[in-house]
Design a protein around this ligand. Structure first.
Ligand code: SAM
Length: 300
């Protein structure tokens, strides 16, 4: 694949001007890509593409939304994994819903887990990622992985009670098959499937871009786990619209994920594993919310 050799400061012309745009009615985030379409399949669930951007390397898109880019994927994958894993401290049985690009399981296998079950509805996401994003999709052959191609909503409904230490909901935005990942029924079933002391974390959309969904999901979780047991995190996701993204953590127990973790252990882990976004200070800081976000959530 050819990369551009233009330099705008030297008056070169832009020769390929193809943009991928992730947008709602009023706002958008765009990445200019080379025009090379590395993967493009539409199936009954969604359209899955891998494109090659100028600024962020190759990226996975589902429908018209950026799921992850080579350049900044670690922001999301480290933050959806390490705060809950460090808070738990000894998670052995982990369930991932969605996550077909493989970034979350890559982070999970940095721990001494017994098993990770991943339920991804669309095998095309796994196939596209293995083929084109090998640095992200690098743990699919791990013998501790139980990969199930199926509906995570149904899976959690059928899961035996008290089965998992941590559940990570690495799903897409609430359209198509992911709609049900934003419902009370789903999180009631997650709570049932969690062991006592377990934690569930879910990507919670953007307070700036999707205020309605962001607030509804937080309130939904509070209704199930109790107000004191639901905690909102923010982090920088440079290729998600608005750049400000949230994660919701709900605890089946009394731990406070911003405080009740071993800071020294987290620091050592982050250093030993060469993490690039997560560290022990950010673990706590990510739970500190701007006042306008607290107001949105009714947390002040
Ligand atoms: N990082 C992304 C983001 O927030 O933009 C999300 C990751 S992407 C890998 C989400 C995955 O969830 C997709 O591969 C999609 O196929 C999967 N998914 C959506 N609905 C699902 C469901 N009901 N059960 C299992 N997987 C689902």
């Amino acid at each position: 694949r050819e990369k551009p050799s233009f330099d705008l400061s030297k008056g070169h012309q832009i020769d390929r001007n193809v943009w991928f745009t992730d947008k709602d009615e009023n706002q958008a985030l765009s990445l200019r890509y080379t025009g090379d379409v590395l993967f493009d399949e539409t199936n009954p669930f969604q359209r899955v593409r891998v494109l090659d951007s100028y600024s962020h390397g190759k990226f996975l898109a589902i429908n018209n939304m950026v799921m992850c880019t080579e350049r900044d994927e670690y922001h999301y994958h480290e933050m959806i994994t390490h705060p809950v894993m460090q808070t738990h401290g000894n998670a052995k049985n982990v369930l991932v819903i969605g996550g077909g690009d493989g970034g979350t399981i890559r982070e999970l296998f940095k721990y001494n887990v017994d098993n990770v079950t991943m339920v991804e509805i669309d095998e095309a996401v796994v196939r596209a990622s293995k083929e084109h994003l090998p640095k992200i999709a690098c743990e699919f052959n791990n013998p501790k992985l139980n990969l199930i191609i199926g509906d995570g909503i149904q899976f959690v409904k059928d899961a035996p009670a008290n089965s998992y230490d941590v559940i990570i909901v690495d799903g897409s935005d609430p359209v198509g098959p992911a709609k049900g990942l934003f419902t009370a029924e789903f999180y009631n079933n997650c709570k049932n499937a969690l062991k006592d002391g377990g934690l569930v974390i879910t990507q919670g959309e953007s307070p700036m871009f999707h205020e309605g969904t962001f607030v509804e999901l937080n309130h939904c979780l509070k209704g199930i786990f109790g107000k004191q047991s639901v905690h909102t995190m923010l982090f920088h996701a440079t290729t998600y619209p608005s750049g400000m993204w949230s994660l919701q953590v709900a605890v089946k127990g009394s731990k406070h994920p911003a405080k009740d973790f071993n800071k020294d252990q987290a620091a050592k882990f982050a250093q030993d594993k060469g993490l690039k976004y997560y560290n022990e200070d950010l673990h706590t800081a990510a739970f500190s919310l701007p006042t306008f976000v607290k107001t949105m959530l009714g947390d002040n």
